[in-house]
Design a protein around this ligand. Structure first.
Ligand code: GTP
Ligand code: MG
Length: 557
């Protein structure tokens, strides 16, 4: 402690904590791939994809006996990892030690025959054990309850946070309750791998990678699964001269624009997902969007999936967000808290519209952390300056270069607590001049903007674009009003109340972060001004009332 100093020790322990959290069950090879305790997103992808290819998804009977189930599956090979979860029914994910075991298991499967119905004979790694001989796996003491793959309802979260003793603990607890679990993460990669099996019918060398919040470190249980069909890895695709001297010509179809090629590919894959994809329902081809996509629900996992192609910039944004989240644990904690707060107040929504998106909100948090003194995270320009030749990346004329070696990044010694940062975040945006200034994480400084645009957040890589172009003025006003209200509210409820009641029956009074998640008492700016003069006791009383009311609200995803 004397040699390295308390600050460094705390940082070191935080890194160990993050590392352990993210690597439960990983193997030694993966650990060796890390530099200074950090693993690049590419290393995470490679490891998870390989795990997913050795895995199968099995629909089980709710009375399946765990021991007998494992004994049965182990007939096909050594099991590396398994878990049960509940979605629409009970499912098991089984990861074998070797891929051959998957093939051997599939060899023995049959396509069921259903009277009065005909089935498409498409074989996949989504299996059913429901019809298995009941003597083998059923009628024994049943398996332990499968894990839910959705986050806890907001009112339950409020209760949980109210029991914590400090705001820092509340924020950490919120992150723990909402972040993707190890199992959910594996399931996301498995769904990508199952989709890849369909796309591989046309493009055997393709990959399907998750991007966005499924992998950038900011994903909440229940968030959508953004997938990227990557055809760039097809050998020879980017080579100017073929090794054999031969070009594939005769089979090639052409189109005038890359966008049309992407639309054509997604149209065909979307059709296949619709016709043959087991468990894929509600398939919609949204091919005229700025970024064409195929949207569907993967029923066995419960994931809402968005499949895109030729979307390399989004992959880079994902990598950048992942890097920022790994640099300092406070980044993820603050993003989770702000995202949760924004969702609770309808600042963000799962329905597309004039709202601020989670992506925009995350950039706003990153920008705020760059504006601290000293800054908690570096600017994107600084990360670009640290990049080596191997990091060079230009996508459609956009410079997407930034350093990938975490060890080159020197962080400044900012020691602000999560409590301070949360309070300051609300202060910062409560008085931010949105009408004149743009948010820019590349420079880490506000830039002037055109007054006609209500909210301008520069796209980090496509710098002429605004990621919050969809947001209207009233949404910005609501955001500012809520920041002002929350800034005031947290100051009033900064300390945990002393617990009343008898042991085990103590009354739980919302305080700190919990109060920020209660329904807002103000719909707009006018009522906010009026409320400032309300006595605190009145305010707490009405908050308690609204906590009771949250029990009647639907769960928020
Ligand atoms: P969730 O709300 O949890 O799904 O967050 P998300 O980060 O996954 O957001 P979303 O599903 O809307 O988008 C997926 C990814 O696409 C983001 O993480 C970004 O990398 C990228 N993305 C989303 N919106 C924009 C945008 O407006 N501009 C750019 N350049 N990229 C975007
Ligand atoms: Mg997403």
């Amino acid at each position: 402690l004397h040699t390295i100093g308390r600050g460094s020790l705390v940082k070191c322990l935080q890194k160990v904590d993050t590392f352990l959290h993210r690597n439960i069950g990983t193997n030694v090879v993966a650990v060796q791939e890390e530099k200074n305790g950090f693993k690049s997103l590419y290393a995470v992808h490679a490891e998870r994809q390989e795990q997913a290819e050795r895995s199968v998804l099995i629909s089980c009977h709710s009375r399946t006996n765990e021991k007998n189930f494992l004994k049965y599956i182990a007939n096909y090979g050594d099991i590396q990892k398994y878990f049960f979860y509940e979605s629409f029914g009970m499912y098991a994910v089984v990861e074998f030690a070797n891929q051959e075991s998957v093939a051997s298991l599939l060899e023995g499967t049959a396509i069921p025959s259903i009277s009065h119905e005909s089935l498409v004979p498409f074989k996949s790694r989504l299996l059913s054990m429901r019809n298995l001989d009941s003597r083998d796996v059923l009628n024994q003491p049943s398996i332990k309850k499968g894990q839910a793959q959705t986050s806890i309802p907001i009112n339950e979260l409020i209760q949980r946070l109210s029991k914590e003793e400090s705001i820092d603990q509340q924020i950490t607890s919120l992150t723990e309750a909402y972040q993707l679990t190890e199992e959910n993460c594996r399931l996301r990669f498995l769904v990508c791998s199952l989709l890849k099996d369909i796309a591989a019918s046309f493009f055997p060398e393709c990959t399907i990678m998750p991007f966005g919040s499924s992998v950038n470190g900011f994903g909440k249980l229940g968030c959508d699964l953004d997938m990227f069909l990557d055809l760039d890895g097809i050998s020879g695709k980017n080579a100017t001269m073929p090794k054999s001297g031969l070009f594939l010509e005769y089979q090639m179809k052409r189109a005038n624009f890359e966008r049309i090629v992407t639309q054509n590919i997604l149209s065909v894959i979307g059709e296949c997902v619709d016709q043959f994809g087991p468990g894929c329902v509600g398939v919609q081809k949204i091919l005229n969007a700025r970024c064409p996509l195929v949207r569907f629900t993967h029923q066995p996992s419960g994931f809402q999936c968005d499949l895109t192609a030729n979307n390399r910039v989004a992959m880079k944004s994902t990598e950048l967000l992942y890097l920022y989240g790994e640099l300092d644990p406070r980044v993820r904690h603050l993003v989770f808290t702000v995202r949760c707060w924004a969702r609770a107040h309808g600042i963000t929504s799962s329905i597309p519209g004039a709202w601020i998106s989670n992506f925009s909100l995350t950039i706003m948090v990153l920008f705020f952390l760059q504006r601290r003194s000293p800054p908690i995270i570096p600017t994107l320009d600084h990360l670009r300056d640290l990049a080596g030749p191997e990091d060079k990346s230009v996508i459609e004329d956009n410079d997407c270069t930034f350093v990938s070696d975490f060890s080159k990044i020197q962080l400044e010694s900012n020691t602000e607590t999560l409590e301070q940062l949360l309070c300051e975040f609300f202060e910062f945006y409560a008085s931010f001049c949105f009408s004149k200034l743009s948010i820019n994480i590349r420079k880490g400084k506000e830039q002037n903007k055109l007054p006609a645009v209500p909210l301008h957040i520069q796209n980090p890589f496509e710098t002429t674009l605004n990621v919050s172009k969809n947001v209207n003025a009233s949404q910005v006003d609501r955001f500012v009003a809520l920041c002002q209200e929350s800034s005031w509210l947290i100051q009033q409820n900064i300390t945990a109340p002393s617990r009343g009641g008898t042991k085990g029956n103590a009354t739980i009074t919302p305080w700190g972060v919990s109060t920020l998640l209660l329904p807002s008492q103000v719909a707009g700016i006018k009522s906010r001004k009026r409320r400032k003069f309300e006595p605190t006791s009145e305010r707490i009383k009405s908050l308690l009332e609204s906590l009771k009311n949250t029990n009647n609200q639907p769960n928020q995803s």
